[in-house]
Design a protein around this ligand. Structure first.
Ligand code: ATP
Ligand code: MG
Length: 174
């Protein structure tokens, strides 16, 4: 189905804002900062699957960050694809582990991760989902400073030439 990507991203983030707003004593405080232009870009994805991916990246950003961290959510138009990114101020990922982060069951520091809960499947599933939509996922991270997870999704740019098909120009030339 075609969905408005800015709307979906805002909807996902609204839920994280509501969780923290409605919790008197949250395990962890966080603030979500949005840099989301009012794009009218339509992407052909499954809403619930993309929500699942963004939920996991957001949950990770919270889980692997200290209390009170700022999470920045960005949306950028790169012409043939939209790029969603989620930046945290958390633990970061050691260089040696960055290539494995999307592998099934891979977790940085097994003991610590086990204490945090989870299975280590979130990012592997996310990668599968995004690639099925023809997109890409990757991470840039500095250990001890934080991480940015990127999701790029292809879209058909609106093209004025397509509009001309109906207005007779093409017929006249024949
Ligand atoms: P699950 O998502 O299945 O509940 P999980 O969060 O451990 O468990 P993934 O989401 O696949 O699994 O993440 C894999 C590992 O990558 C995590 O265990 C953690 O070590 C590391 N990781 C993921 N996101 C971040 C992040 N934002 N900052 C630091 N480390 C991260
Ligand atoms: Mg996870």
């Amino acid at each position: 189905e075609f969905i408005n990507i800015a709307n979906l991203f805002n909807y996902v983030l609204d839920r994280f804002d509501m969780i923290i707003a409605n919790d008197d004593k949250p395990e962890k405080y966080y603030t979500v900062k949005r840099v989301i232009p009012d794009f009218q870009i339509w992407v052909d994805v499954d809403t619930s699957k993309l929500t699942q991916v963004l939920d996991n990246i957001m949950n990770n950003a919270i889980k692997y960050s200290p209390d009170g961290g700022v999470i920045t959510a960005r949306l950028e138009d790169h012409q043939t694809e939209v790029v969603l990114s989620i930046t945290d101020q958390g633990l970061g990922i050691p260089n040696k582990d960055v290539t494995q982060i999307f592998d099934r069951f891979f977790r940085v520091d097994k003991a610590r991760s086990r204490a945090q809960g989870g299975t280590g499947l979130g990012l592997a599933i996310s990668k599968e989902i995004i690639e099925r939509f023809g997109g890409r996922v990757w991470v840039e991270s500095t250990e001890g400073r934080g991480s940015t997870f990127f999701v790029a999704l292809p879209y058909e740019p609106y093209n004025e030439i397509d509009d001309d098909w109906d207005d007779g120009d093409w017929d006249e030339e024949r």
